[in-house]
Design a protein around this ligand. Structure first.
Ligand code: NAD
Ligand code: DAU
Length: 357
């Protein structure tokens, strides 16, 4: 079996669902550890009710005793580590929790993994994997026309979030170099798709448009991100977990650079087609608001290494992926409504009111 951390969040829940569906992995059980912060939602995993291959445990990766107990009890052959605080804007308003979960939590998990790994018989020890799920944001911001990030690009994190992820990447690297822990790290670009919490650009724009609310574009909207459909990220992680070389990092990306304003216009056009608003075209709601402090201008991933070594490429185009995503939000109004708790409304106040949205 494998242990997944953060498997009730956006990417983690997509990964667990995919794992237990995919013909090559579905017979291998998943222990899913998640603290169920504001970003975690057991609803994402509803379809696994009654599936004995899925064991959910509510808990914190900073809890060393719990980690030791889980590893001893379940003896996973791999840990796939998603659990993190993941939203850049929240890291600007309150960096403390990012340091605790992303840095201290990864440290705690690495130490628990190291003790577990050392206790395994030799045959199991060499097969063990610690897969660290990280981000392209650790590389900083690219100038227009500069080549996309390769795995050897210097680390230049700019936000408290990306600095905390960079720190966690360094810890993982050191635990391999010093202790020989069998690790692999993946650095992925911006994901989108089902179960994406509506604090992030794509789901926020869909949810706001459907509610007739302003679509708050930071600054000039010309910042570029490289978007990947979440299920492609999951297949990339599976490929690296299975065949990635120990101690290596692999970039995962969609070869799909787009300016934020173009993403928002695409969403508006799809909604005009799928759920026309009698009040007029959704693009009328686009509102430029104060920029994000320290806003990275451009990310782009060079994903040739994972393709060359492991034969991975994204299956989804942006056109097909964004259409599926908008349709998913139209079909899951109840999920969206549940996510819009008091905490969510408070966050909107904190982040948007002072921006003039
Ligand atoms: P998310 O915020 O949607 O989910 C994070 C999950 O981790 C939640 O379920 C939350 O409850 C859980 N969690 C938080 N703190 C915890 C703790 N202390 N102990 C246990 N569980 C805890 O995040 P996401 O977008 O699904 O991202 C998952 C991982 O992928 C993160 O490590 C993130 O840095 C990385 N990543 C995300 C993207 C993206 O576009 N979203 C891209 C590249 C990499
Ligand atoms: O690149 C990978 C990263 O992508 C992940 O590591 C992070 O966990 C994930 O949150 C994401 O970070 P971004 O900051 O790129 O994503 P976000 O959806 O917050 O913003 C995308 C872009 O849209 C960014 O340039 C900021 C802008 N934006 C965002 C919001 C929420 C807006 O213009 N308006 C908004 O309301």
């Amino acid at each position: 079996m494998i242990l997944v951390t953060g498997g009730a969040g956006f990417i983690g829940s997509n990964f667990v669902l995919d794992w237990l569906e995919h013909p090559q992995t579905r017979d291998e059980a998943v222990v899913n550890l998640d603290a169920l912060t504001y970003a975690g939602n057991l609803r994402n995993l509803e379809s696994l009710q009654g599936n004995a291959k899925h064991v959910f445990v509510r808990g914190d990766i900073c809890d060393r005793e719990l980690m030791d107990r889980l590893l001893e009890q379940h003896r996973p052959r791999a840990i796939v580590h998603f659990a993190a605080e993941s939203h850049v804007d929240r890291s600007i308003h309150g960096p403390g929790e990012f340091m605790r979960t992303n840095v201290q939590g990864t440290f705690t998990l690495l130490e628990a993994a190291r003790a577990h790994w050392a206790s395994l018989p030799e045959s199991e020890r060499s097969a063990f994997r610690f897969h660290h799920v990280s981000t392209d944001e650790v590389y900083g911001s690219l100038a227009p026309g500069a080549p996309a990030f390769t795995e050897t690009h210097p680390y230049e994190p700019n936000s408290p979030y990306s600095a905390s992820k960079a720190a966690s990447d360094h810890l993982v690297r050191a635990w391999h170099h010093t202790y020989g822990l069998p690790v692999v790290t993946t650095n992925c670009s911006n994901n989108y798709g089902p179960y994406h919490f509506p604090e992030k650009l794509i789901p926020l724009m869909i949810v706001n448009a459907l509610a007739g609310k302003p679509l708050p574009v930071y600054g000039d909207g010309q910042q570029i991100r490289d978007w990947l459909y979440v299920k492609d990220h999951c297949s990339g992680i599976r490929a690296v977990l299975q065949g990635g070389r120990l101690g290596e990092t692999y970039n995962i990306g969609g070869w799909n650079e787009q300016a934020n304003i173009d993403i928002v216009k695409t969403i508006c056009a799809l909604l005009d087609e799928l759920r026309p608003d009698p009040a007029g075209a959704y693009a009328r709601l686009i509102t430029h608001v104060a920029d994000r402090p320290g806003h990275d201008r451009r990310y782009a991933i060079d994903a040739r290494k994972i393709e060359r070594e492991l034969g991975w490429r994204p299956a989804e185009t942006f056109e097909s992926g964004i259409r599926k995503t908008v349709q998913w939000y139209l079909d899951h109004a109840e999920w969206v409504a549940e996510m819009q708790s008091g905490e969510y409304r408070e966050w909107l106040e904190t982040n948007y009111v002072q921006r003039g949205a």
